[in-house]
Design a protein. Structure first.
Lengths: 260, 260
DNA sequence: TTTCATAGTTCAATATATTGAACTTTGTTC
DNA sequence: GAACAAAGTTCAATATATTGAACTATGAAA
C-alpha cells in the first residue's frame, strides 16, 4: 500500500482527496471534533470545508452530533466489508483458522503493512484476557508487533530502513524496541529463529509469535500471529506455536502462489 | 440512515458523490469488474470515470488488478474501524456480550437498519456450523432477519409500509416471508411474543431470536439476535433465549438513555 | 496480416466547483 | 443587556474540474 503514482496525466480531483483527508483525520482523532477544529487542522478554507462536510454528512460518511461534533459515519462499512470479502488472503486465513483446532484457545490475527503501521485484516480473538482486543481495521506501530517483525524480517535492510526514514515510533510499552538499530538486530534473530516474538512490546502481560505470508514473488505481503498471556508463554510454548504458525503462514503463502 | 437533505444551500461536490457511487457499485458487485463496465453501469462519461478511478486507485480506495479489473481497496478499513470504535451502541454491545456467559456457545449479532437491509455492526460467532458467518458490514434483507423483524415490530405500520414502497425483497430461502401483508402479521405476532423469530428465513437449518434496542426517544435504533441450529431450536429454547435477548436489548437501550 | 470494435487515454473549451469576503449566529464575558 | 470573538453560512468572481472529441492501444474475427 505505497503512496502510488498517478501515471500518465496527473489527476487532481481535490474534493475527493480532501474528503479522504477529512475522514482520515476523523479516524485518527479517535473522538468527535468540531468543524472549526477540523478545518484548521487540515488547513482548508472555511467555505470548502463547510460544503464538503455537508455532503459527507449527507452521504453517511460523517456523522454530526446535535452539538455539531463530527465523527466517522457508517457508510465505509459496506466498502470495508466488500474489500475483506474479496480478499483471497483474508479468505484463505479464515478458512485456515477455522480448520485448525490447535489454535482454538488463542487469539489469531492477520495483518498487512501500511507505512509504519500494521493494519489488522482478520482477527479471531480467544478467551484469554489479554487486555487488548484485536479489531479489523485496527492499526498498531509495526515494529512492536509480531506480525510487523515477521514481515520486516523477510525484507532487505534497505527496505526496512526506507520504512522508517524519520523518527522512530513512540513505544507502546517500556519493552517496545527502542530504535531502528535494535530492531534490525531483532530481525536477524527472527530470521535465525524462523518466527518472530513480541514479548510485551505491544502490551505488557501479552506475548505473541508471528510469521510472514509471502506472495507468488516471495515478497512478504502479510503477517499472522498468535497471542498469549505472558504467564503461559514459556520458551517451549513459544517454539511450539511458532512452528505451528510458520506452517500456517506457508500454507497461506502457497495459496497466494508462493513456491518457495 | 435516511437519504438526508442537504439543508441550506445545496452542495453538489459531484466528484465525491461519484466516488461514493463507484465504491457502492464495487461493493454490491461482489466481484472484480472492468472500468468500462463500471462506467457504463453508472452512466458516467468515460473521461470522468477515468480520472476518478486513477485517483481512487492512488488513494487505496480501489484496487486494480494487472488485468485492469477493479475491486474495493483497503482504505475504508481505517474509517469503518474508527466508526465502530466511536459507537456507543457497539461498545455497549461488546461489553454486554463479553460479560454474558449464557450466550457463549451461540452466534450473537447487533445490526441496524439501512433502507430495506440490516447491516451488521458487531458479531460474535459461535461454534455451531450455521452455514453462514456473520461479518461486520454484511447486509441482508431486513424482513427475513430476526433483528430486522424486531426493529420493524417496534415501528408503526405506516413506517413499515414506507420502508417498502415498491417490490418486496427477493426471498433468501423458501421460508422467507413472501409479502408485506404477511410481514405485518409476523410483526403483530412478534409484538405479542415479546421477541422476534426467524425460523429459516435467512438460511435453512438456522433459527434466530431477536429483540430491538431503543434510543432515548424510544425509537428502535438497532436489533440484537441469537442464532441456533434449527435442530436445537425447540420452542422452549427459543422462548428462553428470546427472554434473555430481550433483557440484553433492554440493558443496551438503557445505556442509550431509554427510560421506558 | 488486416479489419473492426471496444477499451483506455489525452486535451482544451466549457461548465461549475472553489473560496475570499461579507454576513449571521452562537457563546462568553463584563 | 452590550460587546466581542469564534463558529457557521451565503454568494458570485475566479480557478479549475469536467467531459466531448480525438487519438491510441488492445483483443477478436476473418
Amino acid at each position: 500500500m505505497d503512496e502510488g503514482e498517478t501515471g500518465g496525466a496527473a489527476q487532481s480531483v481535490p474534493a475527493l482527496r480532501r474528503a479522504v483527508a477529512i475522514l482520515d483525520h476523523l479516524a485518527e482523532c479517535g473522538e468527535p471534533i468540531s468543524a472549526a477544529r477540523l478545518t484548521k487542522a487540515l488547513g482548508l478554507p472555511k467555505s470548502t470545508a463547510h460544503g464538503l462536510l455537508l455532503v459527507l454528512v449527507e452521504l453517511d460518511l460523517v456523522a454530526r452530533s446535535p452539538e455539531g461534533l463530527l465523527r466517522p459515519g457508517p457508510r465505509s462499512l459496506r466498502w470495508s466489508n466488500a474489500f475483506l470479502a474479496q480478499s483471497d488472503l483474508v479468505e484463505a486465513f479464515r478458512r485456515q483458522v477455522a480448520a485448525d483446532e490447535h489454535l482454538s484457545d488463542h487469539s489469531v490475527t492477520l495483518s498487512v503493512l501500511d507505512g509504519a503501521d500494521v493494519v489488522y485484516l482478520a482477527c479471531r480473538n480467544g478467551a484469554a484476557p489479554l487486555g487488548i482486543t484485536f479489531r479489523i481495521g485496527m492499526r498498531l506501530s509495526a515494529p512492536f508487533t509480531a506480525t510487523g517483525k515477521a514481515m520486516f524480517a523477510a525484507m532487505t535492510e534497505a527496505d526496512v530502513r526506507r520504512a522508517f526514514p524519520s523518527r522512530w515510533p513512540d513505544p507502546l510499552t517500556p519493552r517496545s524496541v527502542a530504535s531502528l538499530d535494535a530492531f534490525l538486530k531483532e530481525l536477524e534473530a527472527t530470521r535465525q529463529r524462523g518466527h518472530s516474538v513480541d514479548d510485551g512490546q505491544v502490551r505488557l502481560g501479552m506475548a505473541c509469535v508471528g510469521a510472514a505470508v509471502r506472495d507468488a514473488q516471495g515478497l512478504p505481503v502479510a503477517g499472522v500471529a498468535l497471542s498469549f498471556l505472558e504467564a503461559e508463554a514459556s520458551a517451549a510454548v513459544l517454539d511450539r506455536f511458532g512452528n505451528r504458525l510458520r506452517a500456517i503462514a506457508e500454507a497461506l503463502s502457497r495459496s497466494l502462489g508462493w513456491r518457495g
